[in-house]
Design a protein around this ligand. Structure first.
Ligand code: PAF
Length: 285
């Protein structure tokens, strides 16, 4: 694989290689098996894949979170080296390279940007939209792979692609979990060992919530989730919502469920001082 840091180098290589479709996997580094599954997905579909590693400052509403975001460049390249082919490219730009000027663009996503993560991380999705459009302009991918763990981000990226008329096809990869069920995340490595013991309860709880849907009201399921999470030492529920996969409208009653939509239970929990998110498909049988 080749490693480049400038837009010029990247675009020169892509032009020289002249392969299509071009696959793209945007990441913020601190890579784990979840990211690897996205890259493998891209490799299976495309003769050339670009992986970007860029911790995007504009999507961090909390400056401490940005400061503490894990950075493991050598380990990242080691992992990518194992699966990427000779022609594939790792793009590791500087902030100046991505934002030669301050990005002042404001994106509107209606309801998608009014629920869940958006309420708890104001401005976050505007920053994601800024960097994703910028990276798409630079890489010009035919296919881009995103993980299901960031479910709301995925809905936002799909809406963004529609809004901007970009022809890129968005592919999703399922959540990859640790053996104890914890969804893989770059932030997991920041968990204190004492707290780490308790976090598997997050996936256990949403799995149980998914089982409850046939015989219980939404409010009962939400109380169950909140009680279960908040009684676990070190954990605090931020939100649990059951939303549809297109507009992300939180369900209040089961009767609002539409046959032509998929529903997903989305959770955010603070574990010590680390925020974790996860989700699970919820369907009536
Ligand atoms: O999901 C992430 O890691 C980031 O939000 C993304 C899509 C790479 C944009 O910075």
């Amino acid at each position: 694989m080749k490693v480049v840091s400038t837009v010029n180098e990247l675009q020169y290589l892509l032009k020289e290689l002249n392969l299509s479709p071009v696959g793209f996997v945007p990441t913020m580094g601190a890579l784990h098996e979840g990211h690897m599954s996205l890259v493998v997905n891209g490799i299976q579909r495309c003769p050339i894949v670009v992986v970007s590693i860029f911790v995007n400052p504009t999507q961090f509403n909390d400056k401490n979170d940005l400061r503490n975001y894990p950075s493991t460049p050598e380990a990242d390249l080691g992992l990518l080296q194992k699966i990427m082919r000779e022609k594939d490219i790792v793009f590791i730009p500087t902030v100046q390279e991505i934002y030669p000027e301050e990005d002042k663009r404001k994106f509107l996503f209606e309801n998608l940007d009014n629920v869940m993560e958006a309420l708890h991380r104001p401005g976050h999705f505007n920053g994601v939209a800024q960097v994703v459009t910028r990276l798409f302009d630079i890489v010009k991918p035919d296919i881009a792979v995103f993980g299901m763990k960031d479910f709301q981000q995925l809905a936002i990226v799909k809406a963004l692609v529609k809004q901007t008329g970009n022809k890129v096809k968005i592919i999703t990869s399922p959540i990859i979990r640790e053996n104890d069920g914890l969804a893989m995340s770059s932030r997991n490595r920041l968990l204190e060992p004492e707290i780490r013991k308790h976090v598997p309860v997050i996936y256990k709880t949403i799995s149980a919530a998914a089982e409850m849907i046939n015989d219980n009201d939404i409010s009962k399921i939400k109380s169950f989730v909140s009680d279960r999470i908040n009684k676990e030492p070190g954990l605090k529920l931020e939100y649990f919502e059951i939303v549809d996969d297109i507009e992300l409208i939180p369900l209040r009653k089961k009767s609002e469920m539409k046959r032509d939509r998929h529903y997903v239970g989305c959770i955010a929990v603070t574990a010590g001082n680390i925020r974790l998110i996860d989700n699970i498909e919820i369907g009536l049988v």
